[in-house]
Design a protein around this ligand. Structure first.
Ligand SMILES: Cc1cc2nc3c(=O)[nH]c(=O)nc-3n(C[C@H](O)[C@H](O)[C@H](O)COP(=O)(O)OP(=O)(O)OC[C@H]3O[C@@H](n4cnc5c(N)ncnc54)[C@H](O)[C@@H]3O)c2cc1C
Ligand code: SF4
Length: 494
């Protein structure tokens, strides 16, 4: 259980981060992990609670609390403390497919739910996880796990994001022959072309893909299923199909002037930047996208923050980030108690960088855009924005954000990045497979099930759950693999 008095003896300590003005010089990761000895003391802080909320992964107050993968957190924390790194890796691998991804990008639902977080600082479980997996890679313990026997069953996984990769890894290790189809030029989904390189270096994805290939998973890239290859063809060729295409349908801002040049969806912009970096082996930085421009990011969430950090690196003249909702409180509100996910103000890496460069927080709350204004060449140059206030809708009784009359103003905006969330799956794929979708256009299944309305077709990840997190995508991929395996073999041992 770590050290019985560890949480009293040692303070929480996490990786050293480079100062914002230093790290914006490139797109590299900027966290230097603790030494192994210091990381051990972080393991010592775990109390092996009788009810360890850290690994519960349950829904509380409409938000997830604790690890959705049910990682064996108290066990691995103890193994970190006692320096049993190999055993820690083996225990972590029981529940997790890709700790190297989540230990970099997860918001750490485990830490938010940690008992130490009730009136102190949580155990540094996320960084313990990173130390475990990176030690395992360094020591050569992460080896391809090839199945001893092949079942003769074939599976096509559509989409190579974390859900598709997790499903493919599990099913291949079980002995089925798995082919992953990906429309993009590189595998990884939003791990590759959504999350920026400074948060998750793409060599980390390549390292895992190489292992999966050695294990026997085949990757077919640049192939858009439903366009380049027919659904019927895949259903003829494979025993099962797993749809893991993500919630790739971005929410638009439909206001006058939207057709102006220089307005991008966040994912398209972030993907363009990463692709240019990768194609040039990091020799070419696409400064022309944002250098010297007034950047307007619409959306106050994590994707918006990634746009802020990327624009700062590209040399933007100014960065403004609009958020419709009110500024969250600094401390938990009374109706948001532990171990619920804390709905509190978070200043993320991109915002920290904008503050360092421009001297102020880029976020403006309770504000939206009502019009984009273009110059004579059709390029966006300004945006009309308006303040919002909360008001009860007479018909539904729900609180709505409505414009405050007379609060309109015009701000400069030469590059606009829309980071307003996603609206579910893309119609051409669901139509191609004739699978039923729900009101949010996510692929429909029974609760806690992964079989779609079409026999032999399964689904996982954001395409099923709606826009979510990497950790949920991995869980969905692993659960869908179980469902597929059971449908093929009559039972599952996954
Ligand atoms: C900018 C951004 C930053 C994010 N940052 C974080 C973060 O820091 N932490 C976190 O936990 N979550 C983050 N998320 C959310 C997280 O990335 C997603 O929840 C997760 O990637 C979903 O995984 P998935 O496998 O379901 O889908 P995706 O990752 O979206 O992958 C789907 C894949 O399917 C492919 N595809 C789609 N249709 C077809 C087709 N017809 N044929 C072939 N291939 C197809 C797509 O090209 C894509 O590669 C972020 C999301 C965005 C947009
Ligand atoms: S809740 Fe925190 S202290 Fe308790 S077992 Fe989990 S990580 Fe350890």
């Amino acid at each position: 259980m770590g050290k019985p008095t560890g949480f009293l003896d040692y303070n929480r300590e996490t990786a050293k981060v480079l100062p914002p003005k230093v790290r914006i010089a490139n797109f590299n990761e900027f966290r230097t992990p603790l030494s192994k000895e210091k990381q051990r003391l972080q393991g010592a802080r775990c109390m092996a609670c009788g009810v360890p909320f850290c690994q519960s992964g349950m829904m509380l107050g409409g938000m997830a609390s604790g690890c959705p993968l049910h990682n064996l957190v108290p066990e691995t924390n103890d193994l970190v403390y006692t320096g049993n790194w190999k055993q820690a890796y083996l225990r972590l691998s029981k529940t997790h497919s890709f700790p190297e991804f989540t230990s970099r990008v997860c918001p750490a639902l485990c830490e938010a739910a940690c008992t130490c977080n009730l009136n102190g600082e949580p155990v540094a479980t996320k960084e313990n996880e990173r130390a475990i997996i990176e030690t395992a890679y360094k020591e050569g313990w992460v080896q391809p796990q090839k199945p001893n026997v092949r079942t003769g069953k074939t599976i096509a996984v559509i989409g190579s994001g974390p859900s598709g990769l997790a499903a493919a890894q599990q099913l291949n290790r079980r002995g089925h022959s798995v082919t992953v189809y990906e429309r993009s030029d590189r595998p990884g989904g939003l791990l590759r072309y959504g999350i920026p390189n400074m948060k998750l270096e793409k060599s980390v994805i390549d390292r895992r893909i190489r292992l999966m290939e050695e294990e026997g998973v085949k990757f077919v890239l640049n192939t858009n299923v439903g366009k380049d290859i027919k659904a019927e063809e895949l259903l003829k060729q494979y025993d099962r199909v797993v749809l893991a295409c993500g919630a790739s349908n971005p929410r638009d801002i439909k206001v006058p002037g939207r057709e102006a040049k220089g307005i991008y969806f966040a994912v398209d912009f972030l993907g363009m930047v990463t692709k240019t970096l990768l194609d040039s082996n990091f020799d070419k930085v696409p400064y022309e996208l944002a250098k010297g421009k007034n950047v307007l990011v619409i959306g106050g969430g994590d994707t918006g923050n990634d746009c802020v950090g990327t624009s700062v690196r590209l040399g933007a003249k100014s960065v403004t980030q609009l958020e419709m909702m009110p500024k969250p409180p600094v401390e938990r509100a009374a109706n948001n108690p532990w171990p619920q996910w804390p709905r509190v103000l978070k200043t993320d890496y991109g915002q920290e960088e904008a503050i360092a460069v421009f001297g102020h927080d880029p976020r403006i709350y309770q504000t939206t855009v009502t019009e984009f204004i273009a110059d004579k060449n059709g390029n966006v140059c300004k945006a009309k924005i308006v303040d919002l206030k909360a008001q009860k809708d007479e018909k539904t009784g729900r609180m709505m954000m409505v414009p405050v009359e007379g609060s309109e103003k015009v701000i400069p905006a030469d590059l606009v990045l829309i980071a307003a969330g996603f609206l579910g799956s893309q119609k051409y794929v669901t139509d191609a497979f004739h699978v039923a979708v729900n009101g949010k256009t996510n692929v429909d299944t029974k609760p806690d099930d992964y079989a779609t309305s079409v026999p032999r077709v399964f689904t996982a990840g954001d395409m099923h759950r709606g826009q979510s997190l990497v950790v949920w995508a991995i869980r969905e991929g692993r659960e869908a693999a179980k469902a597929v395996d059971e449908s093929l073999m009559g039972y599952t041992n996954l």
